[in-house]
Design a protein around this ligand. Sequence first.
Ligand code: NDP
Length: 506
Amino acid sequence: MTTQQGTRQRRDERFDAGRTDRATFEVRSPGTGDVVGTYPVHTDDDVRDAVRRAREAAAWWADLGFAGRRERLDAFRGILARRIQQLGGIVAEETGKPHSDAVLEVALVLDHLAWAAKHAEKVLGRRRVRSGMLTAHLAGEVEYKPLGVVGVIGPWNFPVFTPLGSIVFALAAGNAVVFKPSEFSPGVGAWLVDAFAQVVPEQPVFQLVTGDGSTGAALCRSGVDKLAFTGSTATAKKVMATCAETLTPIVAECGGKDAMIVDEDADLDAAVDGAVWAGLMNAGQACIGTERVLVHERVHDAFLAKLTAKVSGLRAGADPEAKIGPITMPSQVEVIERHIADALERGGRIAAGGGERDGQVVQPHVLVDVPDDALANTEETFGPTLTVGKVRSMEEAVARANATSYGLGATVYGKRGREVARRLRSGMVSVNAVFAAAQLASVPFGGVGDSGFGRIHGPDGLREFTASQAVVRQRFKSALPLTSFERTAKMEETLGKVVAIVHGRK
Ligand code: NDP
């Protein structure tokens, strides 16, 4: 594709009608270097305007109710499903990932969209709660109300799946959303906002602002009711500091250093297949990508032989036949090379893959004999690398897997997988499968430690974008009216007896 053919001069007309003084930025496709889009850098004022419009839209959207919103969200899902190839094309163009992987990313989001729209009422709607013995005269109800306007800041690595994990759940809960995609993938954000406007033409319920980190910071300061951030741990700290200025709460979905544990009784072919895919898909640029593999010593050599054979058949490239695409962000190439060099300097070896880098194309690397405290085992590499280590027992595997400041996802292969999973310090564990927890719409997605806090997906993901409200009414007058100065000494004596019976026997 030539630069001319590839360029989409897209602007958000609601902001930019008649403006010629606007600063802009270009998006280049990582594989070809072609400019594939030019977008405005939205300023603090632009972002505040968007949030002001969103506030009006939020009231209208909340009034639609669960059923009305479900209808629109289902229609949005229909557009995504019908135009999956078109959207996949933009994802591939902006991120450099193979087109088939881009289409898979869109396909995986559809279940989440359906789940959020379908379950929002059941999870968030008004429901009665039980009273206690001393509170039998009271009847309580709880409901989860939308916050108003949610700001979403997204990364480029899964520019559909990742931000929609926040956006769709925030929308289903009744909020309006202002979305700031990564400066590497604004075209995907623009496509999503345009598609949503087709099913919700009445109000700007889902808006786009584009730019670099400064536009993101403006969104943090704009008065949104919550900020859902997905990106690196370092940026999350800046986002949290900026949001603290206005006491804006945040969800932080950050990086990871996920381990895969392979037990002695694991299906080795399945484990190898899983490790290769979870480690190298999207050129390793996945927050829940496997970066470290810990294998029981009894099967370590057999596992490594199968793994190296499989990786040797894989090639990274910018051409359509390559299963692994180029690295999206030029600056990440330096991080990956630094981690590999550090591992080799400290006694590590390349067991499979390797080879010269070509521009932003980095070949896969399987590294062995890498010390636990090497960068490739402690920091997020975010590239097509896997370290493989040997463990004597599952106890050792758990201890080494947990020896990281991150705690996002993990994978276990073996018959004791569920038992091992429960001892891992991570928000999600997939057993005898990879990326399983991310696929299932009904379970929460998120991490602990440096991987962040808060949850998207599942019931927790819906509640994340709401505030609970308790309404408690008196059904009848209590025989022990405690909340009154009319309380008598006799009543207090009775209270003492009741309390002793109810709570004093423990
Ligand atoms: P970054 O942290 O670099 O950027 C994330 C977003 O924050 C981008 O939109 C970026 O804008 C914006 N941003 C940058 N600076 C600021 C600022 N000061 N204030 C507000 N916003 C700002 O992450 P990447 O885009 O490089 O994404 C990769 C990271 O995301 C990895 O660490 C990965 O593990 C993590 N990730 C986590 C996931 C999860 O669910 N836990 C899922 C996917 C990725 P701009 O790009 O324009 O600079």
